[in-house]
Design a protein around this ligand. Structure first.
Ligand SMILES: [Zn+2]
Length: 332
């Protein structure tokens, strides 16, 4: 960790004080036990508990990456905002990596944490009126498919659909991955925006998905058609696909004659199985508080019937729907 109380109960921040200038004893702001100052060559200078006693909020074993990113983002925020590092919030018994303008908690997540823990912590912030933004270090960058943990770190906006933040300490970049879609096998398709550290104000970049902007789209790649993939799955008697076929069959429809000649993509949480039941998924993405069922509905109607060449953000489909409603009103 980068903060500690000194003997006079003054909070010392290692990013604002030269470690060489620090003398005396230091204590953990949460459990009050004694800390030692580590001033080595590889990691950013930091404090560590002297004994491995139980500290609820021990930020031990923070990797060089985590300490480095904390330092970079602290300096970046500080250019334009009020920012505190590791501020202990007693009401929540939590200590976000950074607290911006007293209400935005920034969590730099560099390693795996359990879904249960993620949900508890996210919920705890929200219940106490904080907004929490999870920014992901290398081990949690998006790979070929989304893990359950990553699904619960997705955010959502009308302009960008599902999106995800990544931090690259080596390249000194913040990455926004947006308009995230999955194909039938869970392979991902998305847009990537990259921002160099400390160029533009960080808070405005983090608000980018909500700001007014030209709507972007992704062209559906010309790959294997979904029909071929589904045929293969049925041929190999895949239990999952036999079940989906059965559901379509009960509705009096044939899965294979549906309009899936192209590659099929859908936003996370929506797939042929959920839609075929004619009920929208009640997926619980733990960072998303908006109701996204209307987006799912609009997406499904448009992507499978009208706009099959591209994947668009939720706002696009909403606008198309509005126009259609207006046309119908004129006719009536
Ligand atoms: Zn402690």
């Amino acid at each position: 960790m980068l903060t500690a109380f000194d003997e006079n109960k003054k909070l010392i921040n290692l990013l604002e004080n030269r470690p060489e200038s620090l003398k005396g004893k230091y204590f953990c702001p949460a459990c009050r036990s004694e800390l030692s100052l580590k001033n080595g060559a590889i990691k950013t200078p930091h404090f560590a508990h002297k004994s491995l006693q139980a500290c609820d909020l021990a930020l031990e074993n923070e990797s060089a990456q985590h300490l480095g990113l904390k330092k970079e983002l602290y300096e970046w925020f500080k250019q334009d905002e009020k920012v505190e590092i590791e501020r202990y919030l007693p009401a929540l018994n939590q200590r976000p990596d950074l607290l911006v303008n007293d209400k935005i908690a920034i969590e730099i997540q560099c390693s795996y944490l359990s879904l249960k823990r993620l949900k508890e912590r996210s919920e705890n912030y929200r219940q106490h009126g904080y907004r929490v933004l999870w920014l992901m270090g290398k081990d949690l960058w998006m790979q070929e498919r989304l893990t359950e943990l990553q699904k619960n770190l997705l955010y959502f906006s009308e302009n960008r659909g599902f999106y995800y933040w990544e931090l690259d300490l080596e390249k000194q970049k913040l990455r926004l991955k947006s308009l995230i879609h999955e194909d039938l096998q869970g392979h991902l398709l998305y847009l990537t925006d990259e921002f160099s550290f400390k160029k533009a104000p960080l808070l405005s970049l983090l608000r980018r998905p909500y700001q007014r902007q030209k709507l972007q789209s992704i062209t559906v790649p010309k790959g294997q058609s979904s029909e071929r993939f589904i045929r293969q799955q049925l041929f190999h008697r895949s239990a999952k696909w036999l079940k989906i076929q059965e559901i379509y069959y009960q509705k009096g429809e044939n899965l294979l004659t549906k309009n899936f000649q192209k590659s099929f993509f859908a936003p996370p949480g929506l797939n042929l199985l959920t839609v075929s039941k004619l009920e929208l998924p009640s997926v619980n993405f733990c960072q998303i508080t908006q109701n996204i069922s209307e987006y799912y509905q609009n997406f499904w109607e448009n992507f499978t019937e009208k706009y099959t060449e591209n994947l668009y953000p939720p706002r696009f489909y909403a606008i198309m729907k509005e126009r259609e409603n207006e046309k119908n009103q004129v006719k009536a």
